[in-house]
Design a protein around this ligand. Structure first.
Ligand code: PAF
Length: 283
């Protein structure tokens, strides 16, 4: 596996592959890689000749009281997993090259509408930080395909909208969430949970599946479904930020006519916020 830290170095590898007619799948990450990331890389490998993964803990997408400084940085284990899966190149950008004049001076990408609610409302500036760094990375790497986990469903939709709105020449693929046997969505932040919380956390996915089942069976009182789910989370000791049945495209509250839905949930357990979702197709 090749390593690149500068834009010039990275572009040399990419240019070489492109000159040989090879397509490139790009998987941007913040490191601390796990089975979920590996499934994104495998997806990219199934679609393109070369796979390229970036690891960059992007300061621009963290709020002042968030875990930027404590975000787990595990490069040795990351490299091992990437080697084992046959990733062709790992790109390790430096903050000084991506943000040469600091975060305050960088031009910003603001994706409209989709960023106003849920994680956008809870974490002001978060999606601007994500969209800005992802656009920069796309412009540096110029991939054919880029794979995003549907675990961060709103992020996946925000990036897809940015690509459509700005006519970017890259295909965005949403990859299904990788789960523990309990149904818990695999996430870097799961390591903040103690064993009791890890057991409890599986309730989120159980509830999502229960609610999807009710909707598939004809339940259309979405508000009642949401209220029952929030109750069950509250009773189990979660602090629910939102549990919303949405139109899967716009992420606005779903109406009874919508055919493609997604239920988005974020619930806190101790100090950890857990995100999950389930898509529902009503045909
Ligand atoms: O999902 C993530 O890990 C990050 O938000 C991303 C897409 C790598 C941008 O920093």
């Amino acid at each position: 596996m090749y390593h690149a830290t500068s834009v010039i170095e990275l572009r040399q590898y990419v240019q070489h592959w492109k000159e040989h007619g090879q397509s490139i799948a790009f998987i941007p990450t913040m490191g601390n890689l796990h089975a979920g990331h590996m499934s994104l890389i495998e997806k990219g490998q199934s679609l393109c000749d070369r796979s390229l993964c970036s690891i960059f803990v992007n300061p621009m997408q963290f709020g002042p009281n968030e875990d930027f400084n404590h975000y787990p940085r595990t490069l040795d284990s990351d490299f091992e997993q990437l080697e084992a899966i046959g990733c062709n190149l790992v790109y390790l950008p430096t903050a000084s090259e991506l943000y040469p004049e600091g975060l305050e001076k960088i031009s910003q990408v603001q994706v409209t509408d989709l960023t106003d609610y849920y994680e956008g409302a809870h974490r002001p500036g978060h999606f601007t930080g994500v969209a800005t760094v992802v656009l920069k990375l796309f412009n540096i790497v110029k991939p054919d395909v880029s794979v995003f986990g549907k675990k961060d469903y709103q992020q996946y939709r925000v990036i897809s909208k940015m690509v459509a709105d700005l006519n970017l020449d890259v295909q965005i693929i949403g990859q299904e969430t990788t789960r523990e046997a309990s149904g818990l969505a695999i996430s870097s932040r799961n390591q903040y949970l103690d064993p009791e919380q890890t057991g409890k956390a599986a309730l989120i996915n159980q509830l999502l599946r229960d609610c999807a089942g009710q909707i598939n069976e004809g339940e259309r009182d979405f508000k009642a479904v949401e209220a029952r789910a929030v109750n069950r989370l509250d009773e189990a000791g979660f602090k629910t930020d939102y549990f919303k049945i949405c139109n899967a495209e716009t992420l606005l509250p779903a109406s009874a006519e919508n055919r493609n839905l997604v239920i988005l949930v974020t619930a806190g357990l101790g100090e950890t916020r857990l995100l999950d979702n389930i898509e529902i197709s009503l045909w």
